[in-house]
Ligand binder design. Sequence first.
Ligand SMILES: [Zn+2]
Ligand SMILES: [Zn+2]
Length: 163
Amino acid sequence: MTFTETVPSPSRIGLDLIGVEAGAPLALDLRIESVSEGVLVSGTVSAPTAGECARCLTPVTGDVEIDLTELFAYPDSATDETTESDEIGRVGGSGEPDTVDLEQPIIDAIGLALPFSPLCGPDCAGLCPHCGVALATAEPGHDHEQIDPRWAKLSGLLDEDKQ
Ligand SMILES: [Zn+2]
Ligand SMILES: [Zn+2]
């Protein structure tokens, strides 16, 4: 059978700088097959992401999509006897008989799929080293008047000349 549904994310999923917000729509497009040892769930999960650029801290939004392939073993199957439940989930493992708990596998897979350093753009210039403003949102050519030390010396000489 297939399971195509959009459910709200039960909690915030992700990393410090980027993640799927609690309540954001998780679009599940899954196929659920009965196999000899249990239930095989495969398909994709996608969700919107929100975070901050790692260089300039501008808010960034995007999408994450993961491929999920997860076997849930029947209690008393050979797989049940030869593996730990934290390696391979169990049918009914969350306490409800005949259900599979996809929450942890989805959380783990999204965590791996998210960029470790999200960027607002591929060549984000980061923050101005002088004043800390985000260069991506500052006016074009944002700069600080800085007198080259050689010119500073020259302007000093000119000043002396006037005296
Ligand atoms: Zn940026
Ligand atoms: Zn500046």
